[in-house]
Design a protein around this ligand. Structure first.
Ligand code: G4P
Length: 300
């Protein structure tokens, strides 16, 4: 299950990012708080070298707060200014505005020492698809819609948006491509909706999510669907072909969810497709609770 991001997209996105970065003092990088490593592109460190940097752990309202706290201290101890936020809340906007000024304090002090009047900060937002870039631009600008599309090359003219009196934001977000390879990264990006559902097998993805939840968030499925999580089945059942990342118990849970929710096909038999869509929707909208998909590496 691999992220579908083509070399052509990547080259175009890189060019656009590099052009935009030249214009700004600060790059505000947005990642998904539920999987900050999977949704980050490490190339940005090189592209934004010498610029002020802020990392937003966005959608933190959907992530496990204890795990988000671990990520915040992980990034902060690496010297990265980090904000756990919900893009749709006013308080997030206020905090980000203050952080942006703070990140530029040294630069502004140097410029002032040279007699330049410069409390003015120019910033841009960057991130992979679906992490909340447009929502942040809308919140910061107070506008209703800044939907730009997720294809690199879709620009809105490179206008500046005034955020307060001394902060200007480029109205076109920088689109980054997912950085890391690997099954887990692909799974996490598919679960959080950074990969289009049409290119993935949603039943397999839902089974991977159930397997993960049974292990890492016991009780979450029982609370939502009223199923019994403690019941286990014989993993040797010969009608099951298990894919990596899924478990026999996940299939049993999926079947139970079908029964509890009456997801049955016309001619009889459980409707795995409907159950998969319901489970993924419930995860993405937070109805299964606040869930994180990865933790930072443990400190030595
Ligand atoms: P992008 O520009 O990076 O591609 O992301 P975009 O802002 O379009 O946001 C993608 C989806 O994530 C949107 O939902 C948006 O409302 C939601 N979102 C953004 N930030 C947050 C956040 O901090 N918390 C939560 N819970 N959701 C957030 P959508 O369903 O695709 O669109 P819509 O129906 O909300 O317009």
């Amino acid at each position: 299950m691999k992220y579908q991001w083509y070399p052509g997209h990547m080259a175009k996105a890189r060019r656009m990012m590099e052009d935009s970065i030249r214009l700004v003092d600060v790059v505000i990088e947005i990642v998904d708080a539920r999987c900050p490593a999977s949704s980050r592109n490490p190339d940005i460190d090189r592209m934004a070298a010498g610029k002020g940097r802020i990392l937003i752990l966005n959608k933190s309202d959907l992530a496990d707060p204890a795990v988000t706290a671990l990520w915040s201290s992980h990034f902060q101890s690496a010297g990265i200014s980090c904000l756990a936020a919900d893009a749709r809340r006013r308080i997030s906007v206020r905090t980000l505005t203050q952080m942006t000024q703070k990140v530029c304090e040294d630069r502004n002090a140097r410029r002032r020492a040279k007699g330049m009047n410069t409390d003015h900060v120019r910033a841009m937002i960057a991130g992979i698809p679906n992490v909340g870039k447009s929502t942040w631009i809308n919140s910061l600008s107070g506008r209703a819609s800044a939907k730009t599309g997720n294809k690199p090359g879709v620009t809105r003219g490179g206008q500046w948006i005034a955020v307060g009196s001394s902060f200007e934001l480029l109205d076109t977000p920088g689109i980054l491509w997912p950085g890391m390879e690997g099954e887990k990264t692909g799974r996490n990006l598919a679960l959080t909706g950074s990969m289009r559902d049409e290119v993935i097998n949603i039943e397999e993805l839902a089974l991977e999510l159930i397997t993960y939840l049974l292990k890492s968030y016991p009780g979450a499925l029982a609370a939502r669907y009223g199923i019994d999580e403690s019941e286990t089945i014989d993993a040797q059942r010969d009608d099951m072909i298990l894919r990596p990342g899924t478990s026999a118990d996940a299939i049993r849970c999926m079947e139970d969810i079908c029964v509890c929710r009456a997801f049955v096909r016309k001619g009889g038999g459980v409707d795995y497709g409907r159950a998969a869509r319901a489970i993924l929707d419930d995860f993405r909208s937070g109805r299964l609770g606040r869930i994180s998909l990865e933790k930072p590496p443990a400190k030595e």
